[in-house]
Ligand binder design. Structure first.
Ligand code: RIB
Ligand code: CA
Length: 313
C-alpha cells in the first residue's frame, strides 16, 4: 500500500534529492509539492522544484508557489543564495513547465479538506506554509494523519549554535506546527548528521545511469565540497542529505531512531532563538508531542537512495 504525501520544499540541493526520491519511490504517491522561501528566495525555490520534476521526466507533478517570507520575522534567506551547499538556481536545464495557479497555502487547504484524511505532510524547509494553512483553516488538522518534518536540532545547530536552519528562519511558524496536536515525527540534525553520503556513494549513484542518480550525485558532490569547506562533518568527503532522510523515514521508519518527548520552539531567546527544546526528562510536565529522531541507519539510507534513484519515470 502506498503512502500519499505532499512535500513542502525550499529547493536547494537536498530538497532536490528528496523530491526525486519521493517521486520515484513505489511506496509513495507524491500528490504535489509546495514551495517556500528558505535556502533561497521563493522564485528560485519554485523554479528549482520545477526543474527537478522535468529532469526526471515527471512534469505532471503539480508544484504550487508558497510563502515568500517568514510569518513575522524580517525576510532572511540562507546567508546568501550563493551558499556553497545550495547556490541559487540548481544546475539543471531551465524549466519549461510552470507552477500551478493560486497560492500553495490555499491548495494545501483545499486538497486536505477534500481528502480522506490520508495525506502525510512532509515539510523539509521553513514551516511558513504549513503554519499559515493551519492558522487560516484549523479544520485541516483533523485531515492530517502525520507531519514528518526535516528540521530541528538537540545537540548542535547549523545556522547558530542553538538552531537548525528550517526552524531558525521562521521560529513562530515552527511553534505553531509542533504544537498543532497532530502526530509529528522530526528528523533533526542529530539524525541527518549520522546518515552521511560519501563521494564513493556519489560514484555509485552516477553509475546507476539514471537522470535521478546522475543529478543526486552532482548535487551531493556539491554539498560535500561545501560541507568540507564550511562545516566539516565527522569524516571528510561526506555530507548529510537532510531532506531525503525525512522522505526515506516514511518509506521505512526503521531508517531513523526516535524518542517520543515534549518538544517546543524557542521564539524569544537571544542566543537560543529558534532552538528545538527537547524535554527528554519531562521536566516541563507537558505530554510528549514529537517523535524526535536522535539516530539514523546510514548504510540503510544509502541503500534506499541507490535503489530508488536507480528507477526512471
Ligand atoms: O538545516 C538543513 C535544512 O535547511 C535542509 O532542509 C536544507 O535544505 C535547508 O533547508
Ligand atoms: Ca530544505
Amino acid at each position: 500500500m502506498t503512502t500519499k504525501i505532499i512535500l513542502d520544499v525550499d529547493t536547494g540541493t537536498d530538497d532536490a534529492v528528496a523530491l526525486m526520491t519521493a517521486a520515484l519511490s513505489p511506496d509513495l504517491e507524491l500528490i504535489g509539492a509546495t514551495t517556500v522561501n528558505g535556502n533561497t528566495g521563493i522564485d528560485s525555490t519554485t523554479e528549482n522544484t520545477l526543474r527537478v520534476f522535468e529532469w526526471i521526466g515527471m512534469p505532471q507533478v503539480p508544484v504550487h508557489r508558497g510563502m515568500s517570507r517568514p510569518l513575522s520575522r524580517p525576510q532572511m534567506t540562507q546567508i546568501n543564495p550563493a551558499t556553497r551547499i545550495h547556490g541559487d538556481l540548481l544546475d539543471l536545464p531551465a524549466a519549461t513547465i510552470k507552477a500551478q495557479p493560486g497560492h500553495a497555502v490555499d491548495w494545501l487547504i483545499e486538497t486536505l479538506m477534500a481528502s480522506d484524511g490520508d495525506i502525510t505532510l512532509v515539510p523539509v524547509g521553513p514551516l511558513t506554509n504549513i503554519a499559515m494553512a493551519i492558522q487560516k483553516e484549523p479544520a485541516i488538522l483533523a485531515k492530517i494523519p502525520e507531519i514528518v518534518i526535516m528540521g530541528g536540532a538537540h545537540d548542535h545547530g547549523n545556522s547558530t549554535a542553538s538552531a537548525e536552519f528550517n526552524i531558525w528562519l521562521d521560529p513562530e511558524a515552527a511553534r505553531v506546527v509542533v504544537n498543532c496536536g497532530r502526530p509529528i515525527r522530526m528528523v533533526p540534525l542529530d539524525a541527518t548528521h549520522r546518515a552521511l553520503v560519501s563521494l564513493e556513494d556519489c560514484a555509485r549513484l552516477r553509475a546507476l545511469g539514471t537522470p535521478a542518480g546522475e543529478a543526486a550525485a552532482r548535487f551531493t558532490e556539491k554539498r560535500i565540497e561545501g560541507y568540507d569547506a564550511t562545516q566539516p562533518m565527522h569524516r571528510a568527503g561526506a555530507a548529510p542529505v537532510h531532506d531525503a532522510l525525512a522522505v526515506c523515514a516514511i518509506i521505512d521508519p526503521s531508517v531513523i531512531t526516535t524518542h517520543f518527548i515534549p518538544v517546543d520552539i524557542e521564539t524569544g531567546g537571544f542566543l537560543s532563538d529558534g532552538r528545538t527544546v527537547c524535554d527528554f526528562r519531562f521536566r516541563s510536565r507537558k505530554p510528549a508531542n514529537v517523535h524526535f529522531a536522535m539516530d539514523a541507519d546510514e548504510p540503510k539510507f544509502v541503500r534506499m537512495l541507490l535503489e530508488i534513484l536507480g528507477r526512471t519515470a
